[in-house]
Ligand binder design. Structure first.
Ligand SMILES: CCCn1cc(-c2nc(Nc3ccc(C(=O)NC)cc3)nc3[nH]ccc23)cn1
Length: 309
């Protein structure tokens, strides 16, 4: 056993009872299971990510994802619980804490009426803190998007799905990917589109897109279904990515979502979408700016928030 496997909690497959599907991540699908060794339904609910067996490379990537998640300890990152080997250690599943409210996108769409700007800024600051923590470990997420943010409670969200996460080598400030991945380039920074270059600053660009999604999905005026189709088109192929890279170069950016407070849209998002990555803020600065906006609104009392909404 490798040293890291000694700390891993082992879940025995025979006690892992399948309940329902939860979603699809990179390299695999996630299912709701109950780990019920006593067999009396008193066991706890867990989220189990199974590897979709296709290419050998994904088995190694999956093992890396498991090892990476197992050493992350942060309130704003989905908790690792352990692994479950089946078919005599031939296949492995990742066992994580179950977050009852599901993905952020679904949550926003189903709770549009009672999510106010303050709550979305709270969620944004939590994502920032999670990303700040990842950065201390030199992790680049590479797939920061609302679909990969999970809701733990009415006032807590967590970053999930580390399938594309890479560790930046200590002698460099970025990670260059050889084969461009599957994730839609809509969330990619220009340097990621053009040179497959990923860094903490390209994660900051993606965070700007997540801010846009936050304020777009909860806007009950816009029909999220239509918007979702438009936003989530998996734009692939060199021509489309070239087109996107060109309009970004010519300073086109996503239009501000309706009813988005100017400080957030024209300011925070624009900072994240600076063409040159070294002009983008770091996650700690973004976190402080978001906290300042939250506090400045609070000091103006509830009334102001109402009008802001
Ligand atoms: C991020 C992409 C991969 N992925 C991870 C998960 C996941 N989901 C949940 N809970 C969840 C999900 C969906 C719903 C729902 O009602 N749906 C209509 C309710 C609760 N807990 C999780 N813990 C760790 C991963 C994980 C789902 N997809």
């Amino acid at each position: 056993l490798s040293p890291s496997q000694h700390e891993q909690t082992l879940f025995e497959e025979r006690h892992l009872r399948y309940i329902s599907p939860l979603g699809k991540g990179n390299f695999g699908s996630v299912e709701l299971c109950r780990y019920d060794p006593l067999g009396d339904n008193t066991g706890e609910l867990v989220a189990v990510k199974k590897l979709q067996p296709n290419k050998q490379s994904t088995v190694d990537d999956f093992q890396k994802e498991v090892n990476m998640l197992s050493i992350l300890h942060c309130d704003y990152i989905v908790k690792y619980r352990g692994v479950c080997y089946s078919m005599g250690r031939l296949s492995m599943s990742l066992v994580m804490e179950y977050l009852p409210y599901g993905s952020l996108i679904g949550y926003l769409e189903n709770n549009q009426h009672n999510i106010n700007t303050r709550r979305m800024l709270l969620f944004a600051s939590q994502i920032c803190k999670g990303m700040e923590y990842l950065q201390t470990l030199r992790y680049v997420h590479r797939d920061l998007a609302a679909r990969n943010i999970l809701v733990a409670s009415e006032s807590l969200v967590k970053i999930a799905d580390f399938g594309l996460t890479k560790i930046i080598p200590s002698d460099k400030e970025y990670y260059r990917v050889t084969q461009p991945g599957e994730s839609p380039i809509f969330w990619y920074a220009p340097e990621s589109i053009n040179e497959s270059r990923f860094s903490h600053k390209s994660d900051v660009w993606s965070f700007g897109i997540v801010l846009h999604e936050l304020f777009f999905y909860c806007d009950n005026k816009s029909n999220p279904k239509r918007v979702k189709k438009k936003l989530l088109i998996n734009i692939h192929g060199p021509s489309i990515s070239m087109h996107l890279a060109n309009i970004l170069k010519n300073n086109w950016r996503l239009p501000s979502p309706p009813h988005c407070p100017p400080k957030v849209c024209s300011n925070l998002m624009r900072q994240c979408w600076a063409y040159n990555f070294d002009e983008r803020p770091c996650f700690s600065s973004l976190g402080n700016q978001i906290e300042t906006i939250i506090l400045s609104q609070l000091s103006l009392g509830e009334r102001h928030w109402y009008t802001l909404d």
